[in-house]
Design a protein around this ligand. Structure first.
Ligand code: C2O
Ligand code: CU
Length: 459
């Protein structure tokens, strides 16, 4: 006899000390279409793909050590999935369609549940056809708070993005997969903004101390940033605390997917200009986020901030003796690929181009059946990326942070995304502590889609 739900509950009720069978409800994150006013009011609103109807999606805040649970409900009419960028995550939750999960079909859902071992500034975004889905709005901030937060008056997330919008219709310009875009610098927007606003501003008082969590969620734009009317220190990169806060004296470079946490003191007088500037294409500095200074905070200006507490288990042990693997970054306009491995065989460039593929990582175009490297758990890995193209690339490793390693062997800060400039060689070193299949790809999303994607296996 099949036990009915009612019978089951009634049965439970007879058991002494039985806990009530409460249905566990998971908070939802719904991928859905929406209309958002991205451009100034005199332009039409933009139809977007959003999480919960907003661009960017809701800021998710959790405490270090928490377990994060979200049910992705797909109300779009295309399949999708979510990647939790920078989290040292359980591989099955990494959200990479075609590698760690099947894409979630329209009308279906997927439960993401994972631990948050590290505090810091992270983000989440679509990882199914991401070059189109992220450009249409599918991204949001994921903030993991320290047990003891730094001494600041406010904590602000600044999600920096650009959008390519047709000013007549307000719609995103088509051509997400235009060969010209894919083979060059990628999709660069004609409107730049913060937290979904082209005119983002916040108000502060003089001498107030703010933590600014900058996230570059653009498809391809590398932001050059400067502070105005603020005195600041960088305290974390890609979520991971710096050993010592670094005073901001010069231009900050924020490549796609990178984050930087700043602690800034408002030095500007009431009414004077303050905020964040970005380098526009015409070499002028323009306001990206304005800070309106009104009044003076009771506290006088403070000393240099203390470093953030380090995250656990981040040592990179003895890279000197680790095997070095070479990963040339290849292809693109003006440096076309001769041939590379594509769908299981060595393929000539003419055929690659016919398939909309322009780039390769270590002579491999897109995901191959065999990984770029198979690492045993706990092994220290070294990968030397040489940029043989004429474009910069923001190289991102899933699942683990790495350190850059200089020629003299000195290790740089922990990162999950590193910008490799043309003709530059960047070596990364990390301990492969997280088992699973992990992508290593360019975060210029058009590059990733047209070949600059590979993977490593940790077992
Ligand atoms: Cu944010 Cu595979 O990336
Ligand atoms: Cu690239």
């Amino acid at each position: 006899m099949r036990m009915t739900r009612r019978g089951f509950c009634a049965g439970l009720a007879l058991l002494p000390l039985a806990r009530p069978a409460v249905a566990q409800t998971m908070p939802l994150l719904t991928a859905q279409e929406a209309m958002v006013q991205l451009a100034p009011d005199t332009y039409p609103a933009t139809p977007v793909w959003s999480y919960d109807g907003a661009v960017p999606g809701p800021v998710i805040r959790a405490a270090q050590g928490d377990r994060l649970e979200r049910r992705l409900v797909n109300d779009l009419n295309v399949p999708t999935s979510i990647h939790w960028h920078g989290i040292r995550i359980d591989n099955a939750m990494d959200g990479v369609a075609g590698l760690t999960q099947d894409p979630v079909p329209p009308g279906h859902s997927f439960d993401y549940a994972f631990d948050l071992p590290d505090a810091g500034t992270y983000w989440y975004h679509a990882h199914t056809n991401s070059m189109e889905q992220v450009a249409r709005g599918l991204s949001g901030a994921l903030i993991v708070e320290e047990t003891t937060p730094p001494d600041v008056d406010r904590d602000e997330v600044l999600m920096i993005d650009d959008w390519l919008i047709d000013p007549d219709t307000g719609r995103f310009a088509d051509g997400f997969a235009a060969p010209m875009t894919l083979s060059h610098g990628g999709r660069i927007g004609n409107l730049v903004g913060v937290n979904g606003r082209y005119d983002y501003s916040l108000s502060a008082r003089q001498n107030e101390r703010l933590r600014l969590r900058l996230i570059n969620s653009a498809n391809a734009r590398i932001f050059g940033l400067r502070l105005e009317g603020l005195r600041g220190w960088a305290v974390a990169l890609d979520g991971m605390p710096l050993a010592e806060p670094g005073p901001v004296t010069d231009t900050l470079v924020l490549a796609p997917a990178q984050r930087i946490d700043l602690i800034v003191d408002v030095t500007a007088e009431e009414g004077a200009a303050a905020g964040l500037l970005f380098a526009a294409a015409d070499d002028t500095w323009r306001a990206l986020a304005e800070i309106t200074v009104a009044g003076r905070s009771a506290t006088a200006s403070r000393d240099m901030p203390a470093p953030l507490p380090p995250n656990p288990r981040m040592e990179v042990g003895s890279p000197e003796t680790a095997r070095l693997r070479d990963m040339p970054l290849q292809g693109g306009a003006m440096r076309g690929l001769e041939r590379a491995r594509f769908r299981g065989r060595v393929t000539a460039w003419q055929e690659l181009v016919r398939n909309g593929r322009f780039w390769a990582l270590a002579r491999q175009v897109g995901l191959g059946e065999t990984p770029f490297a198979t690492l045993s758990r706990g092994e220290t890995a070294r990968i030397r990326m040489t940029n043989d193209t004429i474009f910069p690339h923001a190289m991102h490793l899933h699942g683990m942070h790495f350190r850059t390693r200089n020629e003299d062997g000195a290790l740089g800060p922990l990162r999950d995304t590193v910008l490799v400039m043309p003709n530059e060689t960047t070596e990364i070193a990390f301990v492969a502590h997280n088992p699973g299949k992990w992508l290593l790809h360019c975060h210029m999303l058009g590059h990733a889609a047209s070949g600059m994607t590979n993977w490593i296996m940790v077992s």
